[in-house]
Design a protein around this ligand. Structure first.
Ligand code: ACO
Length: 393
């Protein structure tokens, strides 16, 4: 809803408002295109390494071979967690905290003992997120953490931290495609959060801590778990219509569908659907893949019938669920795994904001009461007269 007054325009949820310039990614919601620092997501995500993509975001261009080696080394050096983070993760696991909360508790501790330095902080965040989430994945299942291996790539290291064994090259490629696909996406809610914090000239680790909190919500990064739960609830293609209809009749949202910006299929859903197809044709439950395709088709048909004016299409979270499940990740790690990829974009946005941005400080429209007078309650229950009355006495 947009309300215009003589002086300003109010848009509920800031829909359609441009609040920053960026060189990092461009989201074209009408044509369903995502460009990451100049590269189409379909071109970059399935082929580049995550290290290359993270470097691209931080430095604005792909690295040459020497820069790539140096950058990969810098990330590897930051894999090992300080003991205080392990302690927090153990306490979080004992309390049964969701993985995304454990990540949000651990992230600010990455600043302990380090002087603030934006690029260094960014590399520490990117380098340590896989260890934090992988370690938590094991601790929360009562398994001991595994020592960090310096000889594995970033994506392989994450899977190794989680499982304690070295993954296959297909599994690494599938995860890397996922991490690249979600690395950045315009001014989404968590990136906006990070940029608002950075715009006050706060530090990158504070900004990314806030972003992790914003990612948690089911309207943003918290959708893939519920999307997969729905697929399992449906369980057979011929039940999809009845289950989805019942949800829509109850006014529920269908997780993995709809987007604030895309009015056509999210291009990331296509990249991940293709990655899932490649992966599931070799190494996974092909029936599940077919079921997911059938659920998608039914959901789209029903969403179109129920909300024709909104043009609701598949978003990135729907195929995220399928791909991460195929990689053996438990549902409760999906959102934190999203953060393992998105932390590259958050960090790069912070650097950009610190370099070029201005304090982000919009206004609010006041809709509360006015003209009230404060009356103090005395111990005997009586009320003092308003100041205006006292002044006249
Ligand atoms: N299922 C059912 N109805 C939906 C859905 C959906 N998935 N998405 C939007 N709608 C409906 C809303 O109920 C609303 O209907 P109404 O006008 O009759 O009340 C209308 O479409 C507009 O909804 P808004 O929330 O105002 O639209 P917005 O542009 O903010 O929606 C959002 C974007 C929040 C992602 C929404 O589509 C949604 O809730 N989807 C399900 C959750 C999800 O998949 N989240 C992941 C998003 S991708 C990401 O953040 C990485």
């Amino acid at each position: 809803m947009t309300v215009e007054s003589e002086y300003r325009v109010m848009t509920n949820g800031l829909e359609g408002i441009v609040a920053a310039s960026t060189r990092l990614s461009e989201v074209d919601g009408e044509r369903g295109r995502l460009t990451i620092a100049g590269y189409a997501v379909e071109d970059l995500a399935p082929r580049a390494s995550f290290e290359e993509v993270a470097y691209l975001l931080l430095h604005g261009r792909l690295p040459d071979a020497t820069e790539q080696r140096t950058f990969a080394h810098q990330l590897r050096e930051r894999r090992t967690l300080p003991p205080v983070i392990i302690t927090v993760l153990e306490r979080a696991a004992a309390a049964g905290a969701p993985a995304i909360d454990a990540l949000r508790m651990a992230t600010p501790l990455l600043s302990l003992g380090h002087a603030e330095e934006p690029l260094n902080d960014a590399i520490r965040l990117i380098g340590s997120f896989p260890t934090i989430v992988g370690t938590y994945g094991r601790l929360s299942r009562g398994e001991p953490s595994v020592p960090v291996r310096a000889d594995l790539s970033h994506a392989a290291h994450y899977l190794h931290q989680l499982r304690g064994s070295v993954p296959s090259s297909e599994q690494v490629r599938a995860l890397e495609t996922y991490l690249n696909t979600v690395c950045d996406h315009g001014l989404n809610a968590s990136t906006f959060t990070a940029r608002v914090i950075a715009s006050t000239r706060s530090d990158v680790i504070s900004a990314v801590t806030g972003a992790v909190g914003a990612l948690k919500g089911p309207l943003h990064g918290g959708a893939p778990g519920p999307a997969l739960d729905m697929v399992f609830e449906i369980s057979r293609a011929d039940r999809a219509e009845a289950v989805i209809r019942a949800k829509l009749d109850r006014g529920e949202r269908i997780m993995g569908f709809g987007h604030r910006v895309y009015r056509v299929r999210d291009p990331r859903a296509e990249v991940l659907a293709q990655a899932a197809e490649r992966f599931y044709s070799k190494d996974g439950d092909r029936n599940l893949y077919e079921l997911v395709r059938a659920v998608e088709a039914t959901a789209l048909r029903l969403l179109h019938a129920y909300k024709p004016e909104r043009r609701i299409a598949t978003n990135v979270e729907f195929y995220t669920a399928l791909l991460l499940h195929g990689l053996g990740l438990p549902t409760d790690l999906f959102t934190a795994t999203f953060a393992v990829g998105r932390v590259a974009g958050w960090s790069a946005h912070c650097l950009e904001q610190l370099r070029e941005g201005r304090l982000i400080r919009p206004q609010s429209e006041y809709v509360g009461p006015s003209g009230l007078h404060y009356e103090q309650q005395l111990p005997n229950g009586a009320l003092t007269p308003p100041a205006s009355a006292r002044a006249g006495a």
